[in-house]
Design a protein around this ligand. Structure first.
Ligand code: GAP
Length: 514
């Protein structure tokens, strides 16, 4: 745990030092849980968005994209259920005056039970070797099965209480489990209250007549209200999907853990419209497709797991998260939700407009069902960034800090250096950049010794460094150094583009999904 905390602190400091992320309005001491992306951060964020967009829209003939407005008619949020049900249960500790999400306190407690069970399982697996059967061990070892059963019971009781809005039982559970405030260490809790997460704003200049609006808390509703427009203008046939990326806003009660939980963030969502009754088939399909997208980036299969929801949102008949092993443990990265026909039916009711599809094969009209895939772009950024940041101990025992970003996502693909700042070497370096910049983001650096320049680019995540030296003047060759292997090769200038392309092209990475 101490190591995890250390790593997380390093991630946050590194993100600032290398131009990835800074606190918003930092000169005014910042705004809580709101962040700005700096020059490298914006490139990485754009690249993640593009990688998602290509995988979802470009690679699926039956998915198209839209870009709906952030401000929507206020009835949208009545129909979607957000006005009445987009709440988090909050609880305050009377001694520390700190506010928490009651469900998160309980979930963290349950996660610790899971970790205890996992520790026993890992020990046993080491002891028994190849003959170890995890499933049998889980059900027969009393300590492990005890931890797992207790975890299930706790989560299921919480889910039931939240569903019934029985907030006093949620508090009771916190008391029974002996959960203490991480700051004061006390069990002196207030009652649990519901808190609506939507940010309100006003449309119009006149205070009397201004209309109350909300900043959208999810991008999905922009897709639902456009369902018929897109279906008709795109002549889409079910099954088909609509994808969108964009900002969402939530007045999170506890916004901690850097960009994991923000008040202003970006989502990448896709709603897949299907025949009623086919939802379980498509739900499984999209769970698998989305996991293979994640795995294509090579952050390690062991860092992902599915988590099936016990407590379903008001619109869902099944839901799972893809969880990622963040520096603070496994947490939700993406949600895959079977949303039934809840949203379209509800918009039909509130708008009085039909939102149906005529299925020529069935010769009938119906309100389609929907499978949704929903991922936070910032959360994906944190997954990629934190996983990529490593300290390597080299043969000479020195430590190399390297940001091993998947090359397709790296903000800058190549740095070009003249060995020294004279003899025409800078001019050749600039010529190389002029040629490469038509295809890739590049940077020029002539400051400090070459070794220090390499280290700077390693820490910034640049996959290739190209050095122009005196031999270049004679035979038009340069050295190209690979960030991860540190291997250096002498190649001709004409080969540079191709070598970079092979490693950074989106197509070669997306092919790994197949
Ligand atoms: N349309 C469904 C929906 O919005 P959600 O589980 O509330 O579902 C989907 O959010 C994804 O959005 C999450 O898996 C997470 O990646 C991201 N997300 C949600 N709240 C966030 C926040 N406060 N900060 C950053 N990302 C967030």
């Amino acid at each position: 745990m101490a190591n995890q905390d250390e790593h997380f602190k390093k991630v946050i400091a590194h993100a600032k030092e290398y131009g990835y992320i800074v606190q918003s309005s930092e000169i005014y001491d910042g705004l809580s849980a709101v962040y700005d992306y700096s020059h490298n951060g914006v490139e990485l964020k754009n690249n993640i968005r593009e990688y998602w967009w290509k995988a979802m829209v470009q690679m699926n003939e039956n998915i198209v994209g839209i870009d709906a407005a952030i401000l929507m008619h206020p009835t949208t949020w009545k129909a979607s259920g957000h006005v009445d049900a987009f709440n988090d249960p909050l609880i305050d500790n009377k001694d520390s005056k700190k506010r928490y999400r009651a469900d998160v306190l309980i979930e963290d407690y349950a996660e610790k039970l899971l970790q205890k069970a996992q520790k026993e399982i890992d020990k046993a697996s080491e002891r028994f070797g190849a003959s170890f059967d995890e499933e049998i061990y889980k059900s027969t070892n009393p300590r492990v099965s005890g931890y797992l059963t207790e975890k299930e019971q706790i989560l299921s009781r919480m889910a039931k209480s939240l569903e019934k809005n029985d907030l006093s039982d949620v508090k009771e559970l916190i008391i029974e489990l002996g959960i203490t405030c991480p700051v004061s260490g006390s069990k002196n809790w207030t009652d649990v209250k519901q808190f609506n997460l939507m940010f309100g704003t006003k449309l119009g200049a006149d205070a009397e007549t201004a209309m109350d609006l909300y900043l959208r808390p999810e991008t999905a509703q922009g897709i639902f209200v456009n369902f018929l427009n897109v279906q008709k203008s795109g002549r889409m046939k079910i099954p088909f999907g609509i994808a969108q990326t964009g900002k969402a806003f939530r007045n999170e009660i506890v916004a901690r853990q850097f960009i994991f939980r923000m008040r202003e963030f970006e989502q990448m969502e896709m709603q897949f419209f299907i025949r009623p009754g086919e939802q379980m088939k498509w739900y499984e399909t999209w769970k698998n497709k989305r996991l293979s997208w994640h795995l294509s980036l090579g952050l390690g299969k062991e860092n992902y797991r599915f988590h099936k929801h016990e407590k379903l949102a008001h619109y869902a008949d099944a839901a799972s998260d893809i969880e990622f092993n963040f520096p603070f443990g496994f947490k939700e990265l993406e949600g895959i939700h079977s949303r039934t026909d809840f949203d379209l039916s509800s918009h039909e009711k509130f708008s009085g407009k039909k939102l149906q599809y005529f299925d020529p094969e069935l010769n009938e009209s119906y309100v389609p069902y929907v499978i949704e895939t929903s991922i936070g772009l910032d959360r994906m950024f944190l997954a990629v960034f934190s996983n990529s940041l490593v300290d390597e101990v080299l043969e000479d025992q020195s430590v190399r800090t390297v940001l091993k970003l998947p090359a397709v996502l790296a903000p800058v693909k190549a740095a070009v250096f003249p060995l020294i700042k004279k003899d025409g070497l800078p001019e050749i370096a600039h010529q190389i950049i002029n040629e490469l910049k038509l295809d890739f983001n590049t940077t020029y650096d002539d400051k400090d010794a070459i070794g220090r320049r390499y280290r700077r680019q390693d820490a910034a995540g640049t996959p290739f460094c190209i050095t122009v030296d005196h031999q270049t003047l004679e035979d038009q060759t340069v050295t190209i150094r690979h960030r991860d292997t540190m291997e250096q090769k002498r190649i001709s200038i004409s080969e540079i583009k191709n070598i970079i392309f092979q490693e950074v092209s989106t197509s070669s990475w997306l092919r790994k999904m197949e």
